[in-house]
Each structure stands twice: as structure tokens, then as C-alpha cells.
Design a protein around this ligand. Structure first.
Ligand SMILES: [Zn+2]
Length: 390
């Protein structure tokens, strides 16, 4: 058994909360890794002996980011659609079908190469856990292969056959929902941990969403929902009613939506990259936090509405545009994401947790919002193994 001591940590964010300190910050700390797990955390002067030592040089160390919402299995890009939007076209979600066509035409190796590239890009920016959705295949075979490929990179794979009704079913959406709940779910479930639906005007209505999510639950999958992104709707309350781990977007909420979330174990996952990239109003994070709702931040990385894999960008946007404090945003991007995936082994640095962490080129977590757009991630450890620095 080999051990690694991360030593000389100026500021260690553990997320092992103490009264008045949700980030569980420790100064002048050290952290021992054994067998890919955190074996000890404490003051540097009491650090145990180890086989190897990694000197953090007085910098800040944080848990790796937990990006609980990403769509990485696709082909092609939609840069022209982005340019048109920035010239004044509204975002409607209709471009998803463009990506569906490109994805169906791609080989397994082409899809795998895209996931590998984006997964590596995210890791270099501090992300050590990333949920990956299907949703650009929308046939039984293409959804199943999307999830098989996703599972090569993540334990948290999500079946999103109900992303949009594909063009060939445009005039018979009930038949498509039957396909999603039947043969597509059967083919997807062995490769998925979660099921998700884009519950939105123009995508799936509340009855279809309920049928699909209930089918997924019956097949043993956990529930998450894309809800209330483009306008108000029933998605958030349905998600809470079904015990969803997370309802994602939450841009247009009523008081009843906020109350439902506040009284539940469902996380509100905010995706400010989508509002940034569609030039839309940001969700009201302050209202959710003040009501006691658990908030997570994620990238929504996808080729249409949010083509970023950068959790530091999401933190900076959440602080600047959504009135979260830097501490709230860092918590939401780490421990919040873990809650949204119902995991207690990531997003936290305490004995027994996975040794997933990042060393910043900065003395404090505050710099993630204070120095936007700057590559501040010096080193990433995943399962205790140092990743290639960039
Ligand atoms: Zn999404």
C-alpha cells in the first residue's frame, strides 16, 4: 500500500462542515492519501509519514469539482447557431435535432473521441466527477451505445431518451414516449444510473414526463429532470413529487416551486453557462438559498446551449450574476454536485472519501471567482493519482 502526503497546504477546503463554516476550511494543513482514499486530514505539523510527498507550496487545495449535468456524447458542433443567437435569434431548443442527425451518423470511435476530449478538458479544469447524459441518439440502438460509451468515463450515466421528440416522430409524440418507456429504456437501463427528461414547452409535457420518469424508477434508475429553463412550468414540482435527486435549470420559478424545493431532499442545480450562452436571464440563486434550498452548480456542457466544460466559469458567473457568495458557489460546485448525484464519497475531503482534489495556483478558493478566465488549477488528483498538468 503506497501513501502520498499532500503537504504545506495554505488553505484546505474540506466541505467537512463545522458550525458557521460550511466549507470546513483548515489552514496550514496536510492530507494523507492511501489506496485512492483520504486517510488523514489535519494540521501540517502533525502530518504522518508517507512514501511520497506533494508540496502544495502554501496554495489552496479543494475537493475536485462535481459536475452533475453534462451532455458529452455527440458529434458536430453548432458554432453557427451560437453566432446567429448572438446576432439576435432566440434560443428554442430546436437545434438539438441538428446534433441528433450528426450523432446518429458518427461511429462509436468518433463519439468516444469527443467524450475523451471533453472529459480531459474538464479534468484539467478541476472536475473529477462528471455526470454524462445520452440524448442525441434517440433511437434504441443510438441511446444504448451513447450510454455504453458514457459508462467508459463515468459512474453517473443518465438516460435522456426524452431530450426532444425526434423529427421522424414529430406528428406522433405519444408513440415516441411509448418507445422511450418500452424498448429504449430496456436497452438503456443496464448502462445508466439515472433517467432524465427535458420537461419544457416544445419538448415533453407533464404527463409524458411523469410516465417516462415513473418507467425509469420502475427499472431501478434514479430521477433527475430538466425543468423550468425556458419558462414557468410543472417540471420542478413534478420532480420534487417523484423524489428526484435534482431538478436542473430552475430559471423560471414560482413561489410554490421554491416552497416545494425547500421542503424536499431535491437539489436545485443551476446551469449559468446556459444563460450565458443563450443570453438569457440567470436563475435567482439568492432566492433559493435564502429559502433553504440545496443548490448545485454544473456546466450543462453541450454543443448547443452551453459549450463549456469549465466549472470555474460557472462559479464566476454564479458569484457575479446570481449573487452567490464565493463560498456558496464553491460549495455548490463540489459538495452541491455530490448531493445532486446522491454521493457522499466525492465533493468532500475527509477520511474515507475519494482522494479527488485540486491544488490551485492561488492562496484561496476566493480566487476562483476573483480571477475569472484564468487557468488557476495547478494540479488535479483523481483517486489519489496526479493527473497530467497542462
Ligand atoms: Zn442539459
Amino acid at each position: 500500500m503506497s501513501s502520498l502526503l499532500v503537504d504545506n497546504i495554505g488553505e484546505l477546503v474540506t466541505n467537512d462542515a463545522r458550525p458557521g463554516d460550511p466549507l470546513g476550511v483548515r489552514r496550514d494543513a496536510a492530507l494523507l492519501v492511501e489506496d485512492g482514499e483520504v486517510a488523514w486530514v489535519g494540521p501540517a505539523r502533525y502530518a504522518p509519514a508517507a512514501d511520497r510527498r506533494l508540496d502544495a507550496q502554501g496554495a489552496a487545495v479543494l475537493p475536485g469539482f462535481v459536475d452533475s449535468h453534462a451532455h458529452l456524447v455527440f458529434a458536430g458542433d453548432r458554432a453557427a447557431e451560437f453566432a446567429a443567437r448572438m446576432a439576435g435569434e432566440p434560443y428554442t431548443g430546436g437545434g438539438i435535432r441538428t446534433t441528433v442527425g450528426a450523432t446518429r451518423a458518427a461511429s462509436d470511435d468518433q463519439l468516444r473521441a469527443t467524450v475523451r476530449r471533453l472529459h480531459g478538458e474538464a479534468m484539467r479544469q478541476g472536475t473529477t466527477t462528471i455526470e454524462i447524459k445520452s440524448g442525441y441518439g434517440l433511437t434504441v440502438a443510438d441511446e444504448a451505445r451513447s450510454l455504453r460509451i458514457a459508462a467508459e468515463f463515468s459512474e453517473d450515466t443518465t438516460f435522456l431518451g426524452a431530450h426532444v421528440v425526434p423529427a421522424e416522430y414529430a406528428d406522433r409524440p405519444d408513440d415516441y414516449v411509448g418507445l422511450v418507456c418500452g424498448p429504449m429504456l430496456a436497452a438503456a437501463a443496464p448502462h445508466a444510473r439515472w433517467i432524465d427528461v427535458f420537461c419544457e414547452r416544445g419538448a415533453f409535457d407533464v404527463d409524458h414526463t411523469r410516465a417516462i420518469l415513473a418507467g425509469g424508477q420502475a427499472a431501478g434508475l434514479g430521477v433527475r429532470v430538466h425543468a423550468n429553463q425556458l419558462g414557468p412550468g410543472p417540471g420542478v414540482r413534478l420532480g420534487v413529487e417523484l423524489g428526484a435527486a435534482s431538478v436542473d435549470h430552475c430559471t423560471h420559478l414560482t413561489g410554490a416551486d421554491v416552497d416545494a424545493l425547500a421542503g424536499s431532499a431535491t437539489v436545485a442545480t443551476l446551469l449559468p453557462g446556459a444563460e450565458f450562452s443563450t443570453r438569457s436571464p440567470y436563475p435567482d440563486a439568492r432566492r433559493l438559498l435564502d429559502a433553504g434550498v440545496t443548490v448545485a452548480l454544473a456546466t450543462d456542457c453541450n454543443p448547443g446551449s452551453s459549450y463549456t466544460s469549465s466549472m470555474p466559469l460557472c462559479i464566476a458567473l454564479a458569484v457575479r450574476e446570481m449573487r452567490m457568495t464565493p463560498a456558496e458557489a464553491v460549495w455548490a460546485a463540489t459538495a452541491g454536485g455530490a448531493r445532486a448525484l446522491r454521493r457522499d464519497d466525492v465533493g468532500v475531503l475527509r477520511r474515507g472519501a475519494r482522494a479527488d482534489l485540486m491544488i490551485l495556483d492561488a492562496p484561496s478558493h476566493l480566487h476562483l471567482a476573483y480571477r475569472p478566465g484564468v487557468p488557476l488549477i495547478r494540479q488535479v488528483l483523481h483517486n489519489g493519482v496526479p493527473q497530467c498538468p497542462h
